[in-house]
Design a protein around this ligand. Structure first.
Ligand code: 6PG
Length: 247
């Protein structure tokens, strides 16, 4: 499913409105909901829009579980942390239950500079919250951005992470997008989500969007493999949709 908005601001506002509606619907149907956040300008921008939305308090923040699809392995108070960006944009402005915010460890946390230990610990958090027989929860909504060369979360073309078949959470080193060390869900873990929403804007992403929607192999265009098992929703601005053939 692909929805195109006139510009990046409208995209962010619409994505935030959709997020409120979806979370409210899930909470009405099942009591609680889970959302997986992403980093990057688009992902954080949507959270900022959500904070400013007057509809935001239709969400029961005490019954929302928050996870991350990837995180930079930097000190907790670094401006490069996706968690810090999310807290400043939204999370510190709403009454979330702190125990339901599941952050990936920073590089100055309990695991020190051991990024493999941080990745293993997050895998344990996910398996602890998963349904019987699964090692990752069936997240209700998993938000993702994408890069111009097709990366999503911290899964880059032809990288160890995109070839990972066993684990759900991996340490990423020498990441082409700084900072270089990260923790990321793998594509099989992403595909456990009920819904995956890909949100991106700008002409620089148009090639990757077109290749992914044309079914490019995920090892070359990782975002091509970012699919929800119930729904995959692309929220684009006109520039990022610029290379899609008019269907
Ligand atoms: C990160 C994100 C990354 C981001 C894309 C898009 O931690 O950097 O996980 O995957 O979503 O690079 O970033 P922009 O929205 O800023 O283009």
């Amino acid at each position: 499913e692909v929805v195109v908005y006139e510009n990046a601001d409208l995209l962010a506002a619409a994505a935030a409105a959709r997020l409120v509606t979806r979370i409210v619907d899930v909470q009405a149907a099942r009591g609680s909901a889970s959302v997986v956040l992403t980093g990057g300008g688009t992902g954080i921008g949507v959270l900022r829009e959500l904070r400013e939305s007057h509809a935001r308090d239709a969400i029961d923040w005490s019954r929302l579980d928050v996870y991350w699809g990837d995180e930079r392995f930097v000190p907790a108070d670094s401006d490069e942390r996706n968690e810090k960006g999310a807290r400043e944009a939204l999370l510190d402005h709403v009454p979330l239950a702190p125990e339901r915010v599941h952050a990936m460890a920073p590089s100055d946390g309990e695991f020190g500079d051991d990024v493999d230990a941080a990745a293993a610990a997050y895998a344990k958090v996910l398996s602890g919250a998963a349904e019987a027989g699964a090692d990752v929860p069936a997240f209700d909504i998993l938000l993702l951005g994408l890069g111009g060369e097709g990366h999503t979360a911290s899964v880059f073309p032809d990288s160890p992470a995109v070839h990972e078949t066993g684990r759900s959470v991996v340490a990423v080193r020498e990441c082409p997008k700084p900072p270089p060390t990260r923790v990321s869900l793998t594509l099989p873990a992403i595909r456990r989500a009920r819904e995956v929403w890909l949100m991106t804007a700008g002409e620089a992403k148009a090639d990757a969007v077109a290749q992914a929607l044309a079914g490019a192999p995920e090892t070359q265009i990782p975002v091509s493999g970012a699919r929800g098992y119930r729904r995959t929703l692309w929220l684009l601005d006109r520039a990022a949709a610029g290379k899609l053939t008019k269907v």
